[in-house]
Design a protein around this ligand. Structure first.
Ligand code: ASP
Length: 392
């Protein structure tokens, strides 16, 4: 694990405050695109082929999008969605999802759901089998069981151990106490510059005590210091011009129990209007809720903005909420996925990528007969940093 990410003064941030679009990204369609087409978050890439052939064969657009997002939901190694998702601060996985079916203009959503892996399908069941749009918590779980969804333990060993490490790192009471031979006295006189290195050393030792194998320790420590985000959105459009979208997530790692982000909020994490198009989001849920991101983008499309501009305008609202203050905005990450009814699409982001994700840029996954990943167009050059900054 490198410490360079601590250098929050990113030299590449020297972009004029007036130039809010970072140029030079890969071209994305602005005139109508090929149909059918699926646009999703990058973690949907491996599941696009099956969904695309289903859609091409006449399958329903929402069912196609749900096929994509179920992939990460079922994958215990994707720690941002479904099974294996990072738990809340009490060690309980709580999942959120929503779906919108364009052709019937119907929607369903669930929030804070425990013990049910496929919450995207559960949001669809709310849409299909209730007169409501949103169910949360225990009621949503009971509804799932009534609909035949299996209850299962969603906390994998890997996520559990990372949560234990997070507890030990942040609490006076978790981890070795003063009577334990493992306890080490804190060095109160330590220079500020050394504190970071010593914090990493302490976390390494705690990770070893918890039984996290050496190969997974750097990742676990990173996830403790920078609580990761991650989610999947997918929108699908068929040859008839029918369009749908869905979003599913385990939300922010180590969140306060009961916290809902943007993902289950119709109009924030996902919004689809059969007349116009579909949009979805991954990233800082709290910021996206405040600008009703997906709805704002679809309304921008309605007013004639091309997909890229529609998304960038929503991102600029987030920038405006902080008066452009990059000391704060460096901790905000946001990616929008936009699909217009004629097949034009775009992926836009606030930053080019995460600092904690090496050189990997933000990408969207697209399948319109050819499956590919494309870089997003970003408002700012440079990378975001996970919140909260540590050590405090
Ligand atoms: N938007 C999600 C949330 O706030 C997290 C993410 O997309 O990374 O729960």
């Amino acid at each position: 694990m490198t410490l360079s990410r601590r250098n929050f003064v990113v030299s590449s941030l020297a972009v004029s405050a007036r130039s809010l679009l970072h140029p030079g990204m890969s071209p994305q369609a602005v005139a109508g695109g090929k149909l059918p087409i699926i646009v999703s978050a990058a973690n949907g890439y491996n599941y696009l082929d099956e969904a695309y052939s289903f859609l091409s064969g006449g399958g329903d657009t929402l069912d196609a999008a749900l096929k994509v997002v179920q992939g990460p939901e079922n994958d215990p190694n994707d720690q941002s969605v479904g099974l294996g998702g990072h738990p809340n601060e009490e060690g309980v996985v709580e999942l959120d999802a929503c779906s919108m079916h364009g052709p019937t203009r119907t929607a369903g959503a669930v929030g804070g759901v425990r013990n049910i892996k496929n919450v995207s399908l559960l949001s669809n069941a709310v849409r299909l089998h209730t007169g409501h749009v949103m169910l949360v918590g225990e009621g949503a779980e009971r509804f799932a069981v009534a609909q035949g969804f299996p209850r299962e333990n969603l906390l994998t060993d890997k996520s559990r151990k990372e949560w234990l490490l997070w507890k030990a790192a942040h609490s006076a009471w978790w981890g070795p106490g003063i009577s334990s031979p493992e306890w080490r006295a804190p060095n109160a006189r330590q220079a500020h510059a050394d504190r970071w290195e010593s914090e990493i050393g302490r976390l390494n030792q705690l990770a070893a005590d918890i039984g996290i194998v050496p190969g997974l320790r750097a990742e676990a420590i990173r996830n403790v210091i920078f609580p990761p985000t991650g989610t999947i959105h997918c929108s699908a459009l068929n040859r008839k011009g029918e369009i749908s979208g869905c979003t599913t997530t385990s939300g922010l790692a180590w969140k306060i129990p009961g916290r809902l982000g943007d993902s289950p909020i119709i109009g924030a994490g996902c919004y689809t209007d059969q007349d116009i198009g579909s949009a979805g989001a991954t990233g800082s849920g709290e910021e996206n809720i405040k600008v009703a991101g997906a709805h704002t983008i679809v309304e921008n499309l309605r007013r004639g903005m091309p997909p890229r501009e529609a998304g960038l305008e929503a991102l600029r609202r987030i920038v405006r909420n902080y008066n452009g203050d990059r000391d704060r905005l460096q901790f905000v990450d946001m990616v929008y996925y936009i699909l217009r009814k004629d097949g034009a699409y775009a992926g836009v982001s606030l930053w080019e990528g995460y600092a904690d994700n090496g050189d990997k840029p933000h990408q969207i996954a697209v399948h319109d007969g050819e499956k590919r990943l494309e870089k997003t167009v970003s408002v700012f050059a440079g990378r975001s940093h996970e919140w909260p900054p540590m050590p405090r």
